[in-house]
Design a protein around this ligand. Structure first.
Ligand code: ATP
Ligand code: MG
Ligand code: MG
Ligand code: MG
Length: 479
């Protein structure tokens, strides 16, 4: 079953259950200045949940473009390291706006994935989690669906640990939220594949053996700026299933990068690099990043030095650097737009429409970064050669790479991580502080000209609240 077929099947299933099929909204949320990018299917329905907006339907289903590269949900650092995380992905979702609640939501999800008429997934390989105090959901799974108690795991809130599971779902620091129940699939029940990982709630839950495929959120509250939880006007449902994860499962793999869509993209990267497909992890990173880059540009974001544009620039430069690592020293990244359009243009006509503009914006970023990348890599390699057994790259080097060579901090950190090195964060901060004024004024890398954001006007106000600060980025790399 191809990804395109799966998307269509999901929507057909929920249409048959009386759901309105709604198009994906853009990646730049039109109604939310606190959110960096659309990070879930519910974002376009946020105001419907809170009762501020009304729709002519009470049930909806969508396949939503999502980017998780900043803010509460940030998976940029997972790309290239796990089999299941992307910066850009599609979230299949069904929604109830004060219509059905826990019971129907759970029954629909189970029917879609296990019924032989739909996906027919082997029930014995599934496991579910519920919010620790949610006896109602626990009861529905055990008594109505028939999941054995041993396969229902109670999970609480996590207090910010990057990987610990958390069964209280929230879009961001504010907004709709509620307890959830998640469905996991065991990709290696007899251990024959040797995939590392354990069930949710276990110390090995971060592995790629037990993979979360679907999250069903019981939307009941809205969190306000002061932290207060207010009850929503009506209990509602918001679900999200990663299209790439369910495609991988249906195509017999735990690895999203082995799906039909990614095979095409990785094939294209490998061809440019003159390598076998999957020869190096960088191929996967590049395949991931061409999707995020192209979809963001199609939705009006351009690389720049602040806010959303800077997140895009960081993604693009990481991809360009991974290309450099594969020996792609000439502009190459823009050449991947055509294979992406071939793989996804049918489902997302905006890619076809904006192909030339996307290629142009990427080409400009590649050209402007090309010379400093090469020089910066040489500087970094020299600095690393001088370490002689030390494992920390000096702050002055990290700062010079940032300030003179246009290496975003996370780009240098990405390289350090590959080589088992750390960054001297205090030293970097010192240099940064000393030259903050100059750094602020430095706009050597002007954004692409002649391409304007065409979507609805958005003001981004949430930068400070988002985990994009240097301190947070650095924290990810601490010992
Ligand atoms: P995980 O715990 O695996 O990081 P999550 O709990 O953060 O996932 P949710 O916020 O519940 O994810 O999103 C709903 C669904 O979207 C997930 O169950 C998963 O199928 C999919 N998904 C989430 N993050 C990603 C990602 N970065 N790349 C691809 N699919 C994702
Ligand atoms: Mg996550
Ligand atoms: Mg999870
Ligand atoms: Mg989840």
């Amino acid at each position: 079953m191809t990804s395109n077929e799966l998307r269509a099947k999901f929507l057909a299933f929920f249409a048959s259950k009386g759901h309105e099929i709604v198009r994906s909204s853009p990646l730049v949320p039109g109604n939310d200045p606190t959110l960096l990018f659309t990070n879930a299917g519910m974002v376009q329905f946020k105001d419907v949940f809170t009762g501020q907006d009304h729709r002519p339907y009470k049930r909806a289903a969508s396949s939503q473009k999502c980017v998780r590269a900043g803010g509460k949900h940030n998976d940029l650092e997972n790309v290239g390291y796990t089999a299941r995380h992307h910066t850009f992905f599609e979230m299949l979702g069904n929604f109830s706006f004060g219509d059905y609640f826990k019971k129907d939501a759970i029954h629909y999800a189970w029917e879609f994935i296990t019924s032989p008429a739909w996906l027919g997934i082997d029930k014995s390989r599934l496991l579910v989690t519920v919010y620790h105090s949610d006896d109602e959901a626990f009861g529905i799974w055990r008594d109505e669906i028939g999941v054995p108690e041993a396969r229902i795991v109670r999970i609480g809130d996590n207090k910010g640990a990057p990987y610990a599971s958390d069964n209280f779902w929230a879009m961001g620091d504010t907004g709709p939220c509620g307890p959830c129940t998640e469905i996991f699939y065991d990709h290696d029940p007899d251990g024959s594949k040797g995939i590392w990982g354990g069930p949710p709630g276990s110390p090995e839950e971060d592995g790629d053996r037990w993979i979360e495929i679907w999250n069903v959120v019981f939307m009941q509250f809205e969190r306000h700026k002061d932290g207060r939880l207010e009850k929503l006007p009506k209990p509602s449902v918001d679900t999200g299933m990663g299209l790439e994860r369910i495609s991988a499962l249906m195509q017999g793999s735990n690895d999203n990068y082995q799906t039909d869509t990614f095979k095409q993209l990785i094939g294209a990267v490998a061809a440019l690099a003159g390598q076998q497909p999957y020869a190096q992890a960088s191929q996967k990173v590049i395949a991931d990043h061409i999707r995020a880059t192209s979809f963001l540009i199609a939705d009006g974001v351009l690389p720049s030095n602040e806010g959303r544009g800077y997140v895009l620039r960081r993604i693009m430069r990481r991809a360009i650097r991974h290309g450099y690592k594969l020996g792609l020293n000439e502009a190459f990244f823009y050449k991947l737009v055509a294979p992406l359009v071939a793989a996804m243009g049918e489902a997302f006509p905006e890619l076809v429409e904006k192909q030339a503009a996307i290629e142009k914006a990427i080409r400009q970023e590649e050209d402007s970064f090309a010379t400093t990348l090469d020089k910066g890599m040489k500087l970094l390699d020299e600095a690393i050669a001088k370490l002689q057994g030390e494992t920390t790259i000096p702050g002055e080097v990290v700062f010079k790479l940032y300030d003179t060579y246009g290496f975003p901090l996370d780009l240098t950190a990405d390289i350090a991580r590959e080589r088992n090195l750390k960054l001297d964060e205090a030293g970097y901060e010192r240099e940064m502080e000393a030259q903050r004024e100059r750094a602020r004024a430095a706009s050597k890398f002007s954004s692409a000209e002649g391409l304007k954001y065409e979507g609805a006007a958005t003001v981004f106000q949430g930068y400070d609240q988002l985990s994009l600060s240097d301190a947070k980025v650095l924290a990810l790399y601490r010992g």
